[in-house]
Ligand binder design. Sequence first.
Ligand code: G1P
Ligand code: ZN
Length: 543
Amino acid sequence: MSIRTIDTRSYSDQKPGTSGLRKKVPVFRQPHYLENFVQSIFDSITITPEATLVLGGDGRYYNREAIQVILKMAAANGFARVLVGQGGILSTPAASCVIRKYQTLGGIVLSASHNPGGADGDFGIKYNIDNGGPAPEKVTEAIYARSQSIAQYRIFEAPDIALDQLGATSLGSMCVEVIDPVADYADLMESLFDFAAIRALLTSGFRIRFDAMHAVNGPYAREILQRRLGAPAESLMNVVPLPDFGGGHPDPNLTYAHDLVEIMYGDDAPDFGAASDGDGDRNMILGRRFFVTPSDSLAVLAANATLVPGYKQGLAGVARSMPTSAAVDRVAQQLDIPCFETPTGWKFFGNLMDAGKVTLCGEESFGTSSSHVREKDGLWAVLFWLNVLAVQRQPVENIVRTHWARFGRNFYSRYDYEELPTEIAQGIMSHLHDSFGQLAGASFGEHRVLFCDDFCYTDPVDGSISQGQGVRIGFTDGSRIVFRLSGTGTQGATLRVYLEAYEPDASRHHLGAQEALADLIAIALQVSELQARSGREQPTVIT
Ligand code: G1P
Ligand code: ZN
């Protein structure tokens, strides 16, 4: 057994996107492709002699093979220890929790989140730093730069490590510790929420349904919801993780979590429904025949935070990504706490949390979390809701409607146009940029443009600047249209159109979002020339 240095050539396409490097499995399987990227990570960080790395993934196809390669490369690159989840499993929030709890140098998370898996599906790899959060742009840029000049990588030659047995083994001078992927995370949840109150709710006839979508959260839900909180077995569905997620698209939204949606809108619907995604960091919240938009969910949690033991002292501040609705801004205003608007992607919340400026944060893309970790956290959001429900003892719909009555309602919707030819999608974005001059001050029916720009963010903690984060058209009545290109897709380009309108008048809160936003949708299509340029009459997904 020895360390080998292998000659390699760079791949031009290893630029990390919104959340790490995501590609189809066959791309990752090209000779040295994974190894190049892993070596680029290791070359971009300082590996001290006592450094520990956390390693795990969402169990998708190619997870196990990749784990073996990374373990052997970690051993050859000077790590003292790797904490790897049993079976190669760690949900994204659990990885963040383990990095923080054991104060490790960082972690590698293998996942393509909510993208489909399987032999021809997606795979992904992401580096998280010592605060437990995704590496900031300066690190991902360094990794990319290194990947472009890489000529060699180092790997320890040894048989595969047994991943299914808990305990420590050695790989050369490095210790590999196979850890329980659920325990540390479940303990953290128990420290934040009133488990006794939630258990009382779940054993009092209040019925829930949690859909793990055959993804990583199955074992977490079993341990926390079923074993520690007493939810009956039948309240959990699709809890067996599968490498291809059972052929499904593990994205918890109204389109892809259709089995759950059918149950929650059915005759004998349970009181509360929820789902999480491939790597367990997203969440969808439903009441009986009622959908809570992620932006509203964040606002409701912020408004009710002091009901939950972990947040009873109040919130330091809140943050949301730019395209997320301003519902939480209104709560922050009333609570008199700061509210930050960041670019899309969880990596922008890390600095704010490390500096103690925010406690809760969220994105419209079904992501919510707090400073307990540095990732979004699907089950955490579910438990937060259950804790609030255990105290309020009201239907989900009532809680949200009462919230709207108090703060006003931010009607919100997102239209996704997936797998567009890249030039077409870029053409639409350039056309919008070219229209800024004409749009400024223009009127569309009752809507008058107040501003249009491409969102640029200056991080209030380290002063770093992120440009080109999405085209915004703001109207004088507070409504907004945002256009941006996805940074997580692996096929063509995905154009996202975000629509938001604020409605203070409670007599209009019963309207459906599509109805309330119809004017804005028409304006968005008109100014972008989207239909003519893309040939698409309808979006692929509406959330
Ligand atoms: C999408 C979401 C974004 C989220 C990211 C990772 O990125 O829009 O909010 O942080 O997935 O889950 P996008 O594809 O839009 O770049
Ligand atoms: Zn995810």
